[in-house]
Design a binder for this molecule. Sequence first.
Ligand code: ZN
Length: 246
Amino acid sequence: MKLAILSDIHANLEALTACLAHARRHGADAWAFTGDLVGYGADPHACLGIVRDLAAQGAIVLRGNHDDAALGGLWPDMNPVSREAAVWTRSRLGEAERDFLAALPYVVARKDLLFVHASAAQPENWEYIVGPAAAARCLAATEAKIVFGGHVHHPRLYFSARGDVSAFVPRPGIAVPLSAGRRWLALAGSVGQPRDGNPAASYLLFDGVSRRLTFYRVAYDWLTAAAKIRAAGLPNTLAQRLEHGL
Ligand code: ZN
């Protein structure tokens, strides 16, 4: 089993299709989408169509805070750009798409793997895992050996050995063996709105037999994705973020 983990697609069709094609070329035969399918980008309908088709074939699909927002679940301190994008997205969703989003779970467990958008510690609170302390809270909330998530839009790998949690920034394309003696938290980065200074889409490929995890960055047509955001009348800053990866 080669499992592709894609997070924070944010309605970016060009990034999603590029990552899916890249993962298929690298042997992916199973899929997990760890939330924020929509919000920010101009293609919620097309992206949801692709994800719903894969869900019908067994893909894991989780709820993110921007999926909630597109259903009307705006949070009090939401910034104006996110709010505007959520309201715009909501206006574009059909009933079946709303029903699909509304039925998504916060957490899915598969054997010793756990999938969540933000943190396994109170997933509905959308905590950002910004360092080892938050990663430790996440790992303490589950017995799973490996947790996969997103939400922070920065690819990171945390590991716990004898209670100490450490982080490192993985190098794209270099497989990391997830040894059984440690517990792991892998944050996939963002497919559709990277924020670490690299505009290339980010996703993970996990080999369930060898237990090796590879972080990938995939160049895609972000100029087209940004142009669609401007053409849709969404905030210009959302287009600029794709062009700069920030
Ligand atoms: Zn997100």
